[in-house]
Design a protein around this ligand. Structure first.
Ligand code: PMP
Length: 367
């Protein structure tokens, strides 16, 4: 096959970092696995039943492009009650990832700059490059907080979007209300689109979740059921923001993802009614277990949310440290996958307590 068959836009990024980890992991048998970005609890029973009922009841065809009313009306009502913005419309997309792709297609022209924070969720940089945009990375070390002066300095006439994720993957850090307000106001001042990935919003352990949409009514919020309800394989997300942006995203969804799976949307409508406190409490305890286990041995910013911790790698290189961990049968993720810097590693504590404890043992030994 001629090399020229593969479109140029796909060559602006690669997935070698992740492949490297998968290759190492494939040689492990029964690892202590603290690498996985999905909850270790199962989909709530009522949600499973709603999905089975939908399938048995013949709700298997295409969904409406913007989402089934059973789910969309509930989402819109909640969003209206939470924000009361005149121009805030919701639609249902195929996972948060689907929402992110549609946001990039809809908003970013070739050459447009997208400000994001390093370390960032793996997909962000590649998605920006895929649409010909230019990722502008703002360093957040050592405490992974947002320095508003750095953001202000990074804004240029080509800045189109600021992409924020709190609670964050991979650090677990929750941005403060002041940081989010500052960012929201800065975006507004510069007429820049603020996109907020809120997929971990339910997992906040030390304070209430705050959305930048509270301070900027044009904020485009991307959310979903993957993490909150352990529905990663069901592909249901949603986006809310200014109607003109949402209409554009829905138009593009029509010609790409088409819709989120219909049975999963009926189930997601039930998921909205399920209390998550039990899981959030359990994850707070797991967070505490991990942080206490590592506190004396690692340079670690206490994560306030999501289910990740992002310590500094002993010896300096995340890549080299992860190789040592894998030799001890512990699977964790090197930080260079999420960052320009190879200085940290990511632990996911979305795992059984005994697995976390075994992981802590290995990490203490390796420190
Ligand atoms: N955003 C962040 C920050 C994530 O960590 C993930 C999943 N790892 C996603 C988006 C994508 O989630 P999904 O497409 O399953 O909704």
């Amino acid at each position: 096959m001629p090399d020229s068959w593969i479109a140029d836009r796909t060559k602006a990024f690669d997935s070698s970092g992740i492949r490297e980890v998968f290759n190492l992991a494939s040689q492990m048998t029964d690892p202590i696995n603290l690498s996985i970005g999905q909850p270790d609890f199962d989909v709530p029973p009522a949600v499973k039943e709603a999905c089975i009922d939908a399938v048995q009841g013949g709700k298997n065809g295409y969904a409406l492009t913007q989402g089934m009313p059973v789910l969309l009306d509930k989402l819109q009502a909640r969003i209206d009650a939470a924000y009361g913005h005149a121009d805030r419309t919701a639609f249902v997309c195929s996972g948060t990832s689907g929402g992110l792709v549609l946001a990039m297609w809809s908003l970013v022209n070739p050459g447009d700059e997208v400000i994001m924070f390093d370390p960032y969720f793996v997909m962000y940089e590649s998605l920006v490059r895929l649409v010909g945009g230019v990722p502008v990375l703002i360093d957040t070390e050592p405490d992974f907080s947002i320095d508003l002066n750095k953001v202000a300095d990074a804004v240029t006439p080509r800045t189109k979007m600021i992409l924020i994720n709190s609670p964050a993957n991979p650090t677990g850090v929750v941005a403060s209300s002041d940081e989010l307000r500052g960012l929201a106001e800065l975006a507004q001042r510069h007429d820049v689109a603020l996109v907020s990935d809120e997929i971990y919003r339910e997992f906040c352990y030390d304070r209430e979740f705050v959305s930048p949409a509270e301070f900027n009514d044009q904020t485009i919020v991307i959310d979903g059921f993957s993490k909150s309800h352990a529905m990663t394989g069901w592909r249901v997300g949603f986006v809310h923001g200014p109607a003109a942006v949402i209409e554009t995203m829905v138009k593009l969804q029509q010609y790409s993802f088409v819709c989120a799976p219909q049975p999963a949307q009926w189930a997601a409508a039930v998921a909205l009614e399920v209390a998550l406190d039990e899981h959030v409490d359990a994850y707070r305890i797991k967070r505490d277990l991990l942080v206490e286990g590592l506190a004396e041995h690692y340079d670690l910013v206490t994560p306030g949310g999501a289910f990740y911790a992002y310590p500094k790698a002993p010896g300096g290189s995340g890549r080299e440290f992860v190789k040592r961990a894998i030799a001890e049968n512990l699977l964790i993720i090197p930080g260079h996958i999420f960052s320009r810097h190879d200085t940290h590693f990511r632990i996911s504590y979305a795992a059984a307590d005994d697995v976390i404890e075994r992981g802590i043992d290995v990490l203490r030994r390796l420190a």
